[in-house]
Unconditional design. Sequence first.
Length: 417
Amino acid sequence: MSFKILGLNHNTASLIIRERLVISNEEIEPALIELKTIKSIKEAVILSTCNRSELYLNTDNRGLEEAKSWLTKFKKIDSNTEKHLFTLHKKEAIIHLSRVACGLDSMILGEPQILGQLKDAFRFARKQGFVNDSFNPLFAHVFSVAKKIRTNTKIGNSPVSVAYAAVTLANQFFSGFKQHTALLIGAGISIELTARHLRNKGIGRLFIANRDFKKAQKLAKKFNGYAINLSDLDDILEVADILISSTSSKNIIIEKSQVIKAIKNRKRKPIFAVDMAVPRDMDPTIADLEDIYIYTIDDLEKVILEGQASRESAAINANHILLEETSRFIEKQKSLTINSKIIALREHGEKIKEEVLKQSQRQLKKGDNIDQILEKSTSNIVNKLLHMPNIKLKEAAKNSDTESIKIISELFNLDED
């Protein structure tokens, strides 16, 4: 296996760059299908979240370059975006994937959601036939390391999340929620966590809007809130003091004109807003307006860093476990590869032995001279075993390939006195 990674994440690219490269759920399958048309790509898994878009590939260097060219065309990205892409190979790639699974590469150190997202990405690729013999043990190893780290370290203690950071920031802004109204847009995990934190902080009223009204109803009922359709946003915007959105929509959900109207009707009563979506749900130019204070997922990083300080020491231990397990996995894979080659070599020798033995038995039945049979049989075995090394030596000499000549010489001790 030649494992490689191509992509970008919150460590290499800003929000404005990351949202250009988001591969939506609807795009994953066609993207995998197109990747598989590249002959040198044997296996592929795509992970795309608000903080990263990464391709995990079993391919050679040529396949990696072809994948890069494909990605620029598939997402129609320009050279400015392309320069933020990174590539990783072999051991570095395995370490990175393990860090992603453990939450060590997340904006929120140790956050658990990424492991579920990675498992979903792997299962989907496997179900579609894009995972074979190499990726199965690799991802099994990565998931096992993630479990071991969560079991044996405190990396998951002192829960911190984007939702927690958003509510913490809102609490600092309003210094209390009892007299305020919150409007949440979306119905995923991040919105559910936000709703839970708001309820625990004693929010006055809670509205949840979603394209799927039944999902909004289910979530609203869970937190004693009210469900609304996206078409009814304008009315609720006028009364919402807190606006938090996290959907997978490709298009803007909150337009600048809607906010202008809401601010006017609110008589300049301020709005605190957080857009947790990538790509963004709210028109970025909303930030130019007065009386609305809008934050993106990247703006929450300071709050997140303050809240995760207690996880830093656990991260050191987690990294130690990760590196140990990665080295062990690589050695095991090397051993498996060598064992398979040894078995293949022995089978090759056994095949030659069987061929020569059958030929000798036929000659014995005919009554041929036994000494001649032995001489011919041993010569046949030697010739068959040395046939390919002889060809490779001649080719190496013709091409002035001194490295191959050296390897074959060492293999057969040809340079011994």
